[in-house]
Design a protein around this ligand. Sequence first.
Ligand code: AKB
Length: 313
Amino acid sequence: MKKRILIIGASGQIGTDLTSQLRATFGNHKVIATDIRDDDGTLGKDGPFEVLDAMDYEAIEDVVIRYEITDVYLLAAMLSATAEKFPMRAWNLNMNSLFNVLNLAKDKKIKKVFWPSSIAVFGPTTPNNTPQKTVMEPSTVYGISKQAGERWCEYYFNKYGVDVRSIRYPGLISYKTLPGGGTTDYAVDIYHKALKHGKYICFLSKETTLPMMYIDDAIRATLTIMESPKEAIKVRSSYNLAGISFNPEEIAESVRKQVPNFEMSYAPDFRQEIADSWPQSIDDSEAQKDWGWKNNTSLEDMTSIMIKNLKDK
Ligand code: AKB
């Protein structure tokens, strides 16, 4: 089958790494990167890039037809911290962009959809070491939109046979692009500030443990779930995915092994409440069983990779 991939929201934290990996796997010209912002020279240099608004159904359809797209990765979204400031904008973006893509698949204009969910679908009543099926009462705008999105994905699969696949990403850590507007962003920021200033003021308290993952593992999970046989994908809402769980004090300690005088102080803000509503660890045995998922990168390995690459930059 001739595969042609469209990435919507390609300039963000996940999209930047995902675009290079998909291009390395399937060929540069098979992967069309798009974003609402014009390219800064990163994504357009190896393959096609177009400016595209995830809210504009006709514009997405036009790109799909012109490039004969088969698979769509929808990454455009407003993350947890920003969404608390702009609830209606977040809801509109997160839901309408998903409907645009699901409806293209329902009308057989594309074959396969990847849509990211998040640990934000869980809430204060969710048990720890969170199982795949559990209490889900998200208390954030972002979490509510992701939970609703999961229900719609499963609905489109059951009612219309749409081949949609999804992962509940934990907080993601990468060096190529900064995350934007999330609650887990501190775990990226800390490396930048450690190298630049030797200190960091963390917006979460020192004991706030959250599920996290190094970007290479997240990208590998994404490619694996998308390339697995259709029958292997038993969960059509979204799969739990676990990587590493740590708190700010533990990541600070791992930074200190590379930047010995690094100082961390704490000034929790409104993001503390969001973090407190999420589980500390995730049980991903369904993903392991169904499509062979396994995390590779430890906190110590991740810190070494981050420090080395940010220094080289
Ligand atoms: C956020 O912090 O909002 C995201 C997420 C956990 O989905 N990184």
